[in-house]
Write a protein that binds this ligand. Structure first.
Ligand code: GUN
Length: 294
């Protein structure tokens, strides 16, 4: 039982990701040896959003380290929707490419939906196309979206069996909040799920009853310790840059949860960085290997 002097266990996303990536790298080596196929991932970035640049660089590096082929496509901010859709269609028919990732957000003059839905669902390793989201909701075979899938792995790794437990998700984004709520409520996972969002007047009313809290709002300090039930598992999806002149880069990363106060109440918590992020990339590699096997 957690107390005031409690310090939550760290859920080490880097360690879990390293184990899974070893398994994926063996899968890649086996596929190459047996069929001559090297899984190929195209990573498309439009513009120079600093956070997006660092995410896609990490994805490309992880892909190469797993023995996969990484096709890196960098386009200027001025790229039109039509040009981007044309590129996606070329990648759809490129036999060396098994997975296509278009980093979001896209510049404002481009519709995310138009571009994402141009991706062939069989190569949609992010699980973002309307077709794959629909398949996920009805429980058909599909690529699960990477961050929500990684969150399920982290909860399992924390030792918490969520079957019959109360999970509260804060944030209703298409990329994290909505899909993670859907996956947690699947029969195989079997949590009772509450989805809180900006229209929820008193989020703590729900989080104080939660066995697991997934916070994905993009706002530091969304979750603080006194909103938690002692012993709860906290999965912090936020990656926020806070100016910090004492750091060489001039900023530090914090999550959406106030780590210090939450650690005093939670049973286990993911750090930022080193929690959810490494799993997102790992599940992308997982999906790309699956795509190459088909
Ligand atoms: N932007 C933030 N997270 C993601 C992600 O998982 N995939 C893509 N394509 N864009 C993102």
């Amino acid at each position: 039982m957690a107390t005031d002097s409690n310090t939550a266990r760290l859920i080490d996303g880097r360690a879990l990701a390293a184990n899974l990536r070893t398994e994926i790298a063996s899968g890649v080596a086996k596929l190459k040896a047996e069929t001559g196929v090297t899984p190929g991932l195209a990573v498309v970035l439009v513009g120079e959003n600093p956070a997006s640049v660092s995410y896609v660089t990490a994805k490309e590096k992880a892909c190469r380290e797993a023995g996969m082929y990484s096709k890196e496509v960098r386009l200027p901010e001025s790229t039109t929707e039509e040009e981007l859709v044309r590129l996606v269609r070329e990648l759809n028919v490129d036999p060396s490419i098994h997975g296509i990732l278009v980093q979001l957000p896209l510049p404002k003059h481009i519709s995310d939906k138009a571009v994402i839905d141009a991706i062939e669902p069989a190569k949609d390793v992010d699980g973002f196309t309307t077709v794959n989201v629909g398949r996920m909701l009805v429980g058909e075979s599909c690529y699960l979206p990477c961050t929500p899938h990684g969150i399920l792995k982290l909860i399992e790794f924390s030792g918490m069996d969520v079957n019959g437990r109360h999970a509260v998700v804060i944030g209703r984004s298409n990329i994290v909040g909505k899909p993670v709520a859907a996956l947690l409520s699947r029969k195989e996972v079997n949590a009772t799920v509450t989805l809180c969002h900006t229209g929820t007047p008193d989020v703590s009313r729900f989080t104080r009853d939660a066995d697991v809290v997934v916070v994905a709002t993009g706002r530091p300090g969304t979750l603080v310790g006194d909103m938690l039930k002692p012993g709860a598992v906290v999965i912090d999806v936020g990656v926020n840059r806070i100016p910090d002149p004492s750091r060489p880069r001039g900023y530090r990363l914090v999550g959406d949860a106030d780590f210090e106060s939450c650690s005093r109440v939670a049973g286990a918590i993911t750090p930022v960085p080193g929690g959810v992020g490494p799993l997102t990339i790992t599940m992308l590699l997982w999906n790309t290997l699956e795509a190459a096997k088909k």
